[in-house]
Design a protein. Structure first.
Ligand SMILES: Nc1nc2c(ncn2[C@@H]2O[C@H](COP(=O)(O)OP(=O)(O)OP(=O)(O)O)[C@@H](O)[C@H]2O)c(=O)[nH]1
Ligand SMILES: [Mg+2]
Length: 296
């Protein structure tokens, strides 16, 4: 084991560029939720890639934007903290968007980081060659960016090269996690995230950012292979509660059905999911609620 290499790699980038999709694809398992909306990821998500002679511990982070509330401040801090004490930083850009003002601000921040920076231009499957080339040229103009690669987290193109590039920054060290462990997120948090993902995907534009999910209890039945999961969807307004519940409870039912499928797949057993909706005004600015939902 003396030749074993390992290290931490933070995945950093603007919202919606595909950081979580990339993590899931590299790991080969869905551990970080993905939607087409900005600011999907709210916490640091650890994903472990284990090979025979090396291990990469990825840290997926929230897309960096200007915070609008305490939750936003927390999310920004998670991303900034992840720039320290890692072996490498994987900066992700969206080929169809290029290097925008917000990406440039983030790159300036990364120029101060101690760790080497690898840039990955994502979504080349839907970008023109010109767009990808332009992004690459801009990224290469940053002297501290060691390597610029491109590909697609969706199709998997370019990910083998990316893994090899990151491998080059690993150092002799321990296997931090057992090789069959893909994340250190507790099942309870993963369940909550899967429910939040379905809520984000199914709800209208104005509700999603104010949605939080708390899983109160997970209990295995004694008489059979089944799990009872009790969870609450929090929102900020009466009108939002109405939208989440839907006509005759139809929306809540749909959120429940779709998230249950994912939760069952994750837990490997049938699940009885009980969902509630509660209003907590301005919860994204309330320390107690942030703490309760795991944002601390
Ligand atoms: N076509 C295409 N779509 C992609 C690719 N990677 C990600 N996406 C899509 O881009 C959207 C955002 O993906 P996420 O992985 O949630 O992005 P993120 O950077 O983690 O976003 P935040 O957590 O909000 O910061 C989703 O709709 C993905 O399906 C890709 O390589 N190609
Ligand atoms: Mg994400």
């Amino acid at each position: 084991m003396s030749d074993f290499l390992s290290g931490f790699v933070s995945i950093i980038g603007s919202p919606n560029v595909g950081k979580s999709t990339l993590l899931n694809k590299m790991i080969g398992q869905k551990i970080s939720i993905v939607t087409d909306r900005a600011q999907t990821t709210r916490n640091k998500i650890t994903g472990v890639l284990s090979r025979q002679d090396y291990q990469i511990v990825f840290l997926d982070t929230p897309g960096v934007t200007n915070p609008k509330n305490k939750l936003g401040e927390y999310m920004q801090k998670v991303a900034y903290d992840a720039m320290n004490e890692v072996e490498a930083i994987l900066f992700v850009a969206d080929a169809t968007q290029g290097v925008r003002e917000k990406d440039a601000v983030l790159l300036d921040k990364l120029s101060q980081a101690k760790a080497p920076v690898v840039a990955f231009i994502n979504k080349t499957d839907i970008a023109s060659l010109g767009q990808a080339n332009e992004a690459e040229e801009t990224l290469r103009s940053y002297a501290f960016v060691k390597t610029v690669l491109r590909g697609s987290a969706e199709t998997g193109k370019g990910l083998e090269e990316l893994e090899q590039a990151l491998r080059g920054f690993l150092v002799p060290g321990p296997q931090y996690f057992p090789e069959d462990m893909v994340t250190d997120q507790p099942e309870r948090l993963l369940c909550g995230e899967l429910i939040r993902e379905k809520a984000l995907l199914l709800l209208r534009e104005e509700v999603p950012h104010g949605v939080g999910v708390g899983v109160e209890k997970m209990e295995r039945r004694e008489d059979r292979d089944m799990m009872d999961v009790y969870a609450t969807i929090y929102c900020e307004r009466e009108s939002h509660k109405g939208i989440i519940i839907g006509k005759g409870g139809s929306m809540l039912k749909k959120i429940g059905q779709e998230s249950r499928k994912d939760i069952e797949w994750m837990l490997g057993c049938p699940v009885n999911l009980q969902l509630w909706v509660k209003i907590k005004e301005d919860w994204r600015n309330r320390q107690g609620m942030l703490h309760e939902l795991g944002y601390e």
